[in-house]
Write a protein that binds this ligand. Structure first.
Ligand SMILES: [Zn+2]
Length: 335
């Protein structure tokens, strides 16, 4: 299949640009070097073991992926390709999400952010999808349960795309509450209907909030305050994980969440974590492909986690309209 796609692309004479690339993490690192955050500490990542990955992926799937180490291949018709370093990078992405959970559960920090790639939330137990090989946040949740005895883990996914893989992995699991706010189908991957609430013992612990194109801060914060907060208060998590994608920012052209919106959502998650689980809060990077909104978005979250002030989002353009109204008012009044 990869030969066919390459042929197609070369006949179109357009350069093939893969949007999920190493420059994403470089952009984040550069911004954090340029604008250092007091109190922020860096730790290096590590590779996940086969046993750790095997808590959420099948053995035959892992064997299949490991056979691709060092090779080029297409894994899925949508977007998912591997280059020679991809399998190693995916192991480190999942292992670094685990390392962030360990840092928090061992009490070395209140909160942590695993700045990793490739992302994970589209990866299903037996299938790679949407740039994702291993489901990093699910591997981290399973590790918290298996290695630290966490009973209830809440995963909040605010990436623009629905976390189909994470939903799939925990759909029947009453011990993982999965809350996902995303742009509604037919936007990729097309899953995450309002009615998808889990199954069997897990009925009620999947919460989907599909949003129309262009939805922004006010709608997202209303969903957080009126749906997520009561769900978390009912569930009482031992740990909160966040699948943090920055593609809801308008620069990625699907939704309209501003940096202030990301900051306000982080503030809500931080207060939920402090209320229920000693502040234990771990972010895992998912999507976000515009390098400016991606890097600024990550820094915005880290600023809040490090104790910075949380600006209340305004409505984009409102103050400009007020200024323009003042400017023009005299032209249309008779006195
Ligand atoms: Zn996404």
């Amino acid at each position: 299949m990869d030969r066919r796609i390459r042929q197609l692309l070369s006949s179109l004479n357009v350069p093939w640009k893969y949007p999920e690339h190493a420059g994403r993490l470089t952009a984040i690192r550069h911004l954090l070097e340029l604008e250092p955050i007091p109190g922020l500490r860096f730790e290096s990542g590590k590779a996940a073991t086969r046993e750790q990955l095997g808590r959420v992926h099948t053995s035959s799937y892992l064997t299949h992926i490991f056979e691709l180490r060092g090779k080029n291949a297409w894994l899925d018709v949508d977007t998912t390709a591997v280059s020679p370093g991809s399998v190693d990078a995916a192991e480190v992405a999942a292992g670094t999400a685990i390392a962030a959970v360990e840092a928090v559960l061992e009490g070395r920090t209140e909160s942590a952010f695993a700045v990793v790639r490739p992302p994970g939330h589209h990866a299903e137990p037996v299938r790679a999808r949407g740039f994702c090989l291993f489901n990093n946040v699910a591997v981290a949740a399973a590790h918290a349960q298996a290695a630290f005895g966490c009973q209830r883990v809440m995963i909040v996914d605010w990436d623009a795309h629905h976390g189909n893989g994470t939903q799939d992995i925990f759909y029947a699991d009453p011990d993982v509450l999965f809350f996902d706010i995303h742009r509604a189908s037919p936007f990729y991957p097309g899953s995450g209907q309002l009615e998808d609430i889990g199954v069997g013992l897990g009925e009620g612990t999947t919460v989907n909030v599909p949003m129309p194109a262009g939805a922004g801060d006010q709608a997202y914060l209303k969903a957080f305050r009126e749906i997520l907060v009561p769900a978390a208060d009912w569930f009482q998590p031992d740990l909160i994980l966040v699948s943090a994608g920055f593609d809801p920012h308008p620069f990625d052209m699907a939704l309209n969440v501003s940096f202030e919106g990301f900051a306000a959502m982080t503030g809500i998650l931080q207060s939920l974590a402090r209320r229920h689980c000693q502040g234990r809060l771990v972010f895992v990077l998912e999507g976000g492909y515009h390098l400016i909104s991606l890097s600024r978005g990550v820094k915005t979250v880290l600023d809040v986690l490090a104790g910075g002030a949380i600006p209340e989002p305004g409505i984009i353009g409102l103050s400009e309209v007020e200024g323009a109204a003042d400017f023009h008012r005299q032209a249309f009044t008779s006195e």
